[in-house]
Design a protein around this ligand. Structure first.
Ligand SMILES: Nc1ncnc2c1ncn2[C@@H]1O[C@H](COP(=O)(O)OP(=O)(O)OP(=O)(O)O)[C@@H](O)[C@H]1O
Ligand SMILES: [Mg+2]
Length: 476
């Protein structure tokens, strides 16, 4: 997409053979000869003998080009230019004059004329200039249109992002989704891998069939094997009835192999075989089953590294890595933060039946400064929490989780408050430490006291003395 937006105008200029042209000229002879010339070439022509009626026509009709006489009686063409520009900012204008001095040319070009033609003109040259100007303007409008389309794509199936990395990813997803190629999605935890996997499925011809996620890292190998491949009755002690495997359930659809990086070596070998020919057997079965399944895999461990360290089969890595999508950590695309925040503010205000919420400027600043080790998931949780706890319209910094507010207990406080003593500063620091911890413990004072290794009664006294406002517990 971004490539399209940077196409040079000339590369996309088609040959112009039609268009609606307005001529403003006081000489009837000039108007007539221009009309004949242009009509013969396929253009539609409308004419005005002076500026006022010309402006009037511009307010009522859309034109592709204006031929404007410089030496009009009354207001000159150059005088008219600013008003024409304000009426139709994108209208290409060619000035006509018999008295084309260098000064006039410069003035007119500055005022927004696209070109200049001197009387008596050369028909071919004039036609070429007109076609070029209309073509350029159409191409420019096309680029504007594409840019707008690009903006609309700041979201893709509920996936929000405006960073170059995310825009590229949206393009890649729409390119690869229609095929059956295996896709490997890599990225840190919480970067949106599952969301992308779903978008691939939803934008593929398989969208009406099943999308089956399976966490291959969390399930023990023997259970995973029967889950994926199914089993016949009696295949193992607890197999009292035959059961289909997820490869069959996903037939015609997409199987999302999540956390593939932590899958055991023995399972890796078995999966590899299915990926090669999409055939497998039930556990305890003896006939092969053929399926049509698209595989999308995800991992938050670096698979290449795992291959090097002998924890992941190289052949399986290459099978999976046909198309690879990398989700950058949020700290490397901070320009997405305001957009994501706005997205989640809307989602959680609606979910809770609240009026729209917004971020206080200081809240956003803290969010921009933070490194987000838990990526988008952490951001989502922070916003959800802020919305739930908010009583007014704005999410103020005190509604952010403690780690965002920064636990830099420094003596800067001394500088900020010139009359504060060391004791004041220590009290302030103590207040922050306790408030942060309470918040992290969901205002469970017993838990906080245990953390500080002090009796609950001592914590209570401190809370009172430091006038820490104890909030209600949000949820477990
Ligand atoms: N670009 C995004 N726009 C909107 N929501 C997002 C985006 N990225 C992630 N999310 C949301 O963040 C949460 C985490 O995303 P997801 O579960 O897809 O991450 P993941 O990479 O699979 O994480 P993990 O490795 O921990 O499984 C989800 O609630 C998801 O909807
Ligand atoms: Mg996930």
């Amino acid at each position: 997409m971004s490539e399209t937006a940077t196409l040079s105008v000339d590369e996309v200029t088609p040959r112009v053979t039609s268009g609606n042209i307005l001529i403003i000229d006081d000489e009837a002879g000039i108007r007539d000869s221009l009309e004949t010339l242009l009509t013969l070439e396929g253009f539609t022509v409308e004419m005005a003998p002076e500026g006022r009626s010309g402006l009037d026509m511009l307010t009522r009709h859309a034109y592709d080009l204006l031929l404007l006489d410089l030496a009009l009686p009354g207001e000159s063409g150059i005088d008219l230019l600013p008003r024409i520009k304000s009426l139709s900012p994108d209208l290409p204008i060619i000035m006509i004059t018999a008295y084309g001095t260098v000064g006039n040319v410069v003035d007119a070009i500055h005022a927004g004329a696209a070109n200049f033609v001197q009387k008596p003109w050369d028909n071919e040259k004039l036609l070429a200039d007109i076609r070029a100007a209309i073509g350029r303007s159409q191409a420019e409008q096309e680029v504007v249109h594409l840019k707008r389309a690009l903006k609309r794509r700041y979201s893709f199936d509920n996936i929000v992002g405006k960073s170059d990395a995310m825009l590229r990813l949206f393009d890649l997803v729409s390119q690869v989704a229609p095929s059956r190629s295996t896709v490997l999605i890599q990225g840190e935890s919480g970067t949106g891998k599952e969301l992308i996997a779903k978008a691939i499925h939803a934008n593929s011809p398989r969208r009406d069939k099943a999308f089956i996620p399976v966490n291959t890292g969390a399930v023990p190998s023997d259970l995973l094997e029967s889950t994926l491949f199914g089993h016949e009755r009696g295949a193992f002690t607890s197999a009292v009835a035959a059961k289909k495997g997820l490869f069959e359930v996903a037939d015609g659809g997409t199987l999302f192999l999540d956390e593939i990086g932590t899958m055991g070596m023995d399972m890796q070998a078995k999966i590899l075989r299915v990926l090669q020919d999409r055939r497998f057997m039930h556990l305890g079965g003896n006939s092969e089953i053929q399926v049509d399944v698209r595989i999308v895999a995800a991992t938050n461990v670096n698979l290449q590294q795992a291959v090097k360290e002998g924890r992941f089969r190289e052949d399986l890595f290459y099978r999976l890595n046909v198309i690879s999508l990398d989700l950058p950590p949020l700290r490397n695309r901070k320009q997405d933060i305001p957009l994501l925040a706005a997205h989640f503010l809307k989602v959680y205000a609606e979910e809770n039946g609240f009026s729209p919420r917004l971020l206080a400027a200081e809240t956003l600043r803290l969010m921009m400064d933070y490194e987000w080790p838990g990526n988008v998931r952490e951001l989502e949780n922070a916003i959800e929490r802020g919305v739930v706890l908010s009583t007014g319209e704005a999410i103020t910094p005190d509604l952010l989780p403690g780690q965002l507010r920064g636990n830099t207990y420094s003596t800067d406080l001394l500088e900020q408050k010139p009359d504060a003593s060391l004791f004041d500063v220590m009290e302030e620091i103590e207040r922050r430490i306790i408030a942060d911890r309470l918040e992290r413990c969901n205002w469970n004072q017993t838990e906080a006291a245990e953390y500080f290794r002090i009796p609950l009664s001592t914590l209570n006294q401190k809370i009172k003395r430091l006038t820490i406002e104890v909030k209600k517990r949000v949820r477990e």
